[in-house]
Design a protein around this ligand. Structure first.
Ligand SMILES: N[C@@H](CCC(=O)N[C@@H](CS)C(=O)NCC(=O)O)C(=O)O
Length: 318
């Protein structure tokens, strides 16, 4: 084995500090006690070194392992379970409830948190020390991010109106004696519920929306207490070189399933259906019950396999 070889299989997270879904993933890495490399990405477009790897997908975070690029935290969690099986994110007997609750929290609870953090009273505090131009650029970037997909923005009024229902239910469930985690032992559900609350707590105007609930606060401290594992910095150029100098991993040993007639080797585009629907073009390599894989070539990243969850993504002919 040459000295450079071990770095080829390292977990590389492309992310930025203030992103809730990045925090979810950092906690997933912490929960598993994993070491990983941290590549910082801009919170707004353009992100040329990231899209060179993904082929257009721009959401945060993205996990890279050699020449395999994993988009969306729903799939990243499954990939980390393969990396280290225990403790599991989808405990036996809770596969459906854990994944389904997590998908609800990642969409519904997250949309509430975004709307509450970006309401005018809160935005002024959150971005207090940023120049006006930077705030404008951020808001313009996010306005476009929501066009064309199935997700519609929740108004701040509706988010404020619905928030107590979510929190009172959560508080009730966590008040029970065995309520250390949502479903007994920790699962993906805890991490998906925690990151929107972490986001609200980061701004003084919205922090009371979490702090007013004692059982929720105690549970959140436990989940955030898993920490981030052991990250070390890496540049985006190094990450691109790793992709270029590695061959994608063997495809999953699972039957190719496509009820709509897509076949291996076909040129397709894959895109999220909710928001951030930038399409990724490539050759369809695999479609399993949880995962889609396309192969594409990039001038700087070389041949890569880009992986997406099946749920919430669509395949179309190119
Ligand atoms: N379903 C995606 C959602 C990711 C997401 O919405 N990330 C936000 C940041 S928390 C984002 O991409 N914002 C725009 C950006 O970072 O460019 C996942 O689970 O990874």
């Amino acid at each position: 084995m040459s000295a450079a070889e071990p770095s080829m299989s390292e977990l590389i997270l492309h992310h930025y500090p203030t992103s809730p879904f990045a925090e979810k993933t950092r906690l997933l890495l912490g929960f598993k006690g994993l070491s990983w490399r941290s590549v910082k990405v801009s919170p707004v477009m353009p992100k040329p070194d990231l899209t060179a790897l993904t082929g257009g997908y721009r959401k945060t975070p993205v996990l890279q392992i050699g020449a395999d690029i994993y988009c969306d935290t729903a799939l990243i969690a499954r990939r980390l379970d393969q990396e280290k099986a225990l403790p599991a994110f989808f405990p036996e007997g809770q596969e459906m409830i854990a994944a389904t609750f997590a998908a609800w929290a990642d969409s519904v609870v997250f949309q509430h948190a975004v709307s509450l953090v970006f309401q005018p009273e809160s935005i002024a505090v959150r971005f207090g020390n940023l120049p006006q131009e930077a705030i404008k650029a951020f808001l313009a970037d996010r306005a476009g991010f929501f066009s064309g997909g199935s997700a519609t923005k929740l108004t701040a009024g509706q988010a404020r109106h619905q928030w107590p229902t979510i929190m009172v239910r959560l508080e009730q469930q966590l008040q029970r004696e065995e309520g250390d985690y949502l479903f007994g032992e920790p699962s993906i559900a805890d991490f998906a519920m925690a990151h929107p609350l972490w986001f609200l707590k980061a701004t003084p105007v919205t922090a009371p929306l979490v702090d007013n609930y004692p059982a929720v606060s105690a549970w959140l401290a436990r989940v955030l207490g898993f920490g981030h594992g052991a990250p070390s910095e890496m540049t985006s150029e190094e990450a691109l070189a790793i992709a270029r100098n590695t061959t994608p991993a063997a495809l999953p040993d699972e039957q190719f399933i496509d009820p709509n007639g897509f076949e291996v080797g076909q040129q397709v585009v894959i895109a999220a259906t909710d928001y951030g629907i930038d399409p990724v073009a490539g050759e369809l390599m695999f479609a399993g019950s949880e995962e889609l894989i396309v192969r594409r070539e990039d001038e700087r990243g070389g041949w890569v396999h880009v992986h997406f969850p099946r749920l919430g993504f669509r395949i179309e002919t190119h």
